[in-house]
Design a protein around this ligand. Structure first.
Ligand SMILES: *Cc1c(COP(=O)(O)O)cnc(C)c1O
Length: 219
């Protein structure tokens, strides 16, 4: 059998991250390094992006822990959030911010003694995780629903952004813009984030305050 090997040039990854930053004209950039840096190696990817981005994103808390063990002090996002009080306490210790997509997570956050930065996720069409538009309206109107939690960002995820002409892109943008307008007064100081890789290429309307490129950084 012939062997197969993959040659990875970390500098090309760094250049890709700089390219994403230039395209995002002014939005903060969080490079996604989940799933072992999309298979390239978590440490290799994180180090390659470290000086070109504002923060790093992982899926689960163990990956955030691994990044801290590597000595990376960057802002960290845990995109699947936490699933119990122990994971939340670990996120707090690691100074990792967590995505909140379900009401039961709010109770755990309120009970958690250390403050943890929260990214509130709303579902605008990906239909994977996230609060509905109706939930977002309730949150906008009723401050008791998020009392005691620190929402630093409101986010959603595009389902079809790799297909530039897909009608769902504009639909999700319109839904997200509406939800953000209504939530914004509730969370002064928070920023909004919609774009994954494809969203960055869809243009400035999609960038909001922070972009989250993943797959495009590895090509
Ligand atoms: C994986 C992920 C991304 C990156 O998506 P790409 O399509 O790979 O650019 C962005 N945001 C979140 C929340 C993710 O989980």
């Amino acid at each position: 059998m012939r062997g197969t090997f993959l040659e990875i040039r970390p500098r090309a990854l760094t250049d890709n991250a700089r390219r994403a930053r230039a395209l995002a004209n002014g939005a903060r950039v969080f490079a996604m390094v989940k799933a072992n840096g999309y298979g390239h190696g978590l440490g290799l990817a994180a180090r390659a992006f470290a000086n070109a981005v504002d923060g790093l994103g992982v899926a689960v808390i163990e990956e955030a822990q691994a990044l801290r063990h590597l000595g990376l002090a960057h802002p960290l996002l845990v995109a699947e959030g936490f699933f119990d009080a122990e994971e939340l306490a670990l996120a707090a210790r690691l100074h990792a911010e967590v995505v909140v997509h379900s009401p039961w997570q709010v109770d755990l956050l309120v009970a958690q003694p250390r403050p943890v930065g929260v990214w509130l996720k709303v579902n605008t069409g990906m239909n994977r995780l996230g609060r509905s538009a109706a939930d977002a309206d309730a949150i906008a109107q009723d401050e008791t629903l998020t009392r005691g939690i620190e929402v630093s960002l409101v986010m959603s995820h595009l389902a079809c952004s790799d297909d530039e002409g897909h009608p769902r892109n504009a639909l999700q943008l319109a839904r997200f813009s509406g939800i953000w307008e209504r939530l914004r007064p509730r969370f002064p100081g928070a920023v909004a984030s919609l774009a994954n890789s494809g969203g960055i290429w869809l243009g400035a309307d999609y960038h909001f305050g922070l972009v989250r490129p993943g797959v495009s950084l590895y090509g």
